[in-house]
Design a protein around this ligand. Structure first.
Ligand code: GUN
Length: 292
């Protein structure tokens, strides 16, 4: 078993972006700028946004976190998005999800200018992705593909089972894995799937994005499979300073010995998500996807 080490791969991606930013600075040019919008005080969202902001600093991007209380109105948030859409200093921005229940998530996402939608969640970007056109790709699936590529994992003709059908991970992941050049045969499993364990046992590559600790157990894994764990579950722990411990969806201890490759949590997919977001922001700055 070999670890798919998100630390090593994300570091490499960030280093090459940092070198590009240093070159821009040396030429006296403006550097890329990312804004993260955080509504409310969900603990996990606060940590994710802080990590994204920190990564911007590491590579030399400008960045800001716009923090708003949970009780802002949808209209207020739409006006803030309009300002970001029009701000020439902002290359890309994200609205951290989930949003409070009274705010319509789809309406917010559709208000983002697709040219600044570095999360790749706007229907223009998802539509273009599904059609195989240039688009911003959602950061987590994109980061997972980078990880598989770095370790030369052959995906052609392989059977991949994606567990979870969210717009953020499961659906775009399944779509990208089936695209030309990656060429997996893909099954999507979800909460209504019958015989989920049986489906997963057929997989050469498993991507789990469920949000439930120890959901994927050793008996579900075909020997030699590649296992990608997207889960970021926070459990109470008396062994850490913070009182919390991060675990994935996969029962790592028992699954790892059966795999050819597996991502650790932490140190796997989460870091790749952040470096992919940084890469998307550089693409937005360079107008690589949309020329207008
Ligand atoms: N919530 C969980 N993952 C993500 C992400 O990648 N982007 C945003 N905006 N919100 C999230």
């Amino acid at each position: 078993m070999e670890l798919l080490d998100g630390k090593v791969v994300s570091r490499g991606l960030k280093d090459s972006i940092a070198a590009e930013v240093a070159e821009l600075k040396a030429q006296g040019k403006r550097v890329p700028f990312l804004v993260a919008v955080l509504v409310g005080d969900d603990d996990a969202s606060k940590i994710y946004v802080a990590n994204k902001d920190k990564a911007c600093q590491e590579v030399g991007f400008g960045s800001t976190v716009l923090k708003f209380p949970a009780d802002i109105t949808e209209e207020f948030l739409l006006k803030e998005i309009d300002k970001l859409n029009k701000d020439p200093e902002v290359d890309g921005f994200i609205v951290q999800l989930p949003l409070p229940d009274h705010i319509n998530e789809s309406r917010i996402i559709e208000a983002i200018d697709p040219r600044k939608d570095v999360d790749g969640f706007h229907p223009t970007n998802t539509g273009r992705m599904v059609s195989g056109l240039p688009s911003f790709l959602p950061a987590t699936p994109c980061g997972i593909l980078e990880l598989l590529k770095y370790y030369n994992i052959d995906t052609r003709g392989k059977h991949c089972v994606v567990i979870g059908r969210s717009n953020i991970v499961g659906r775009p992941m399944a779509n990208l894995l089936s695209q030309k050049g990656i060429d997996c045969t893909v099954t999507i499993c979800h909460s209504r799937t019958l015989n989920l364990a049986e489906e997963v046992r057929r997989a050469d590559i498993v991507v789990s994005a469920v949000g439930s600790p120890r959901f994927v157990t050793a008996d579900m894994i075909k020997p030699g499979a590649v296992v990608v764990d997207v889960g970021m579950n926070r459990l109470r722990s008396d062994q850490t300073k913070s009182g919390w411990k991060l675990v994935g969806d996969v029962d790592f201890e028992n699954v790892a010995p059966k795999c050819s490759y597996i991502t650790p949590v932490p140190g796997g997919v989460g870091l790749m998500t952040i470096s992919s977001l940084i890469a998307n922001t550089l693409r937005a700055y360079k107008k690589e996807i949309y020329a207008w």
